[in-house]
Design a protein around this ligand. Sequence first.
Ligand code: NAP
Ligand code: G3P
Length: 481
Amino acid sequence: MFNCIQNENHYCNLFNGNWISTEKTITIFSPIDDKIIGTVPAMSKEDIDKVIANSKTSQILWGETPISERAEILHKAASILEGKAEEISKILMNEIGKDINSSLSEVKRTAEFIRFTADAGKHMDGEAIGADNFPGFKKNKMSFAQRVPLGVVLAISPFNYPINLSASKIAPALIAGNSVILKPPTQGSISALHLARVFQEAGLPGGVLNTVTGKASEIGDYIVTKEEINFINFTGSTEIGKHIAKIAGMVPLMLELGGKDAAIVLKDADLEDAAKEIISGAFSYSGQRCTAIKRVLVTEDVADELVIKMLEKIKCLKVGSPEDGCEVTPLINSESADFVEDLIKNALDKGATLLCGNKREKNLIYPTLFDNVTTEMRLAWEEPFGPVLPIIRVKDMEEAIEIANKSQYGLQSSVFTQNINHAFYVANKLEVGAVQINNKSERGPDHFPFSGVKASGMGTQGIRYSIEAMSRLKSIVLTVD
Ligand code: NAP
Ligand code: G3P
């Protein structure tokens, strides 16, 4: 590792408060037009050892820093990020192909996230617990339970929200007194390194946030199995999440993984509203959101009418370059586009009715809608992470619940109905982290609890819950005679 000066083409890693690079680098291309955006260091296992040792040492002082001082730095970071929102959102757009409005909103939302975290951290009080309510104990004993940091948090973020899903790990970990090593997605690392710079400029002491870039296929297993790591906070695919859970050993984990969120539409739904929510939920950022609506389960009696309304809305989607304000944009890489194409082919082969789409230009896939999808088709179960949406017709609410729950995933679901009893009946039966009533599935606001069950994850995010997860209650017990 050697000191480096960031320039327009080469981006450096944050290490102990300085910017460093390596001989070996990785070139990042834009998914929009394949142009080179820049290079990032490809860190080696030896570099990672140095980073971990530095993070371990730096955490000690940071853990002792008063929470109000930690919060002040986070507030500064939030303001700096807000000030750079235009600049960083353009970088984000180029690097991951997200439309400019969504990119801007990701950056602004992240600034709010950091600010809210700083304030929430100041209210994470411990508690004093008396003993005499437990049989056999008297008033002479008391536990003083306070929240203490875990140590070094390894934050691993996915390509689709490299700013927001990096900060949603970094900020709660920092306010709780941990040091953080950020391993950003390779495609998304330039955006994430800009975020790291924001924390540095806000006055975060050296080593409290370090970044590690490099292909996970080369360094991923190495870093997640280092015993100095005290918590792994991972967002990404179910496949990689399960792999990390297997090899990481006895380290607490937070896993935010894939989803197959269902929109259940009942006969008493406001169909106009349902169609609007479903199309925006399924196709924004080309369906590359864990919380995108990934299947529609509609009762037969209203299916035809819903389909007409969905087709009307789909026609209004702008398809093309994110620079032109399009919301359906080229997918992150050609492997992802090939995967989506395979799912489309499988649905066609098995007799699904193609309503629109099935057109591809390089990595750009036009919004594709299928009717009469059956449970024999891959599209009924697999997460496309692309702009293709299956409609499965069901006879009633019970069948919708049954199919929804058969999925290996359990992130979110939506139910569309104007009957509050039906809404709560369905919501109570669904095996997911959250159910949205008459709304598309979505994560925000970011202080709400956000979790997945089954193959969708482990643990609960959301500002307060994330701080709790990345700290622990330490009890000091006083006994007086
Ligand atoms: P991914 O391929 O699983 O990668 C996620 C991150 O893990 C990247 O930083 C990747 O680094 C790293 N990684 C890969 N293998 C690793 C290993 N062996 N050890 C340590 N790190 C490793 O996922 P993605 O394609 O970026 O993101 C899309 C997926 O994320 C979708 O399935 C989506 O549903 C899910 N997601 C879930 C949520 C949620 O909140 N539940 C939110 C967003 C996304 P490299 O880039 O270097 O490979
Ligand atoms: O896929 C990432 C997840 O965080 C989605 O957030 O706000 O798009 O639902 P949102």
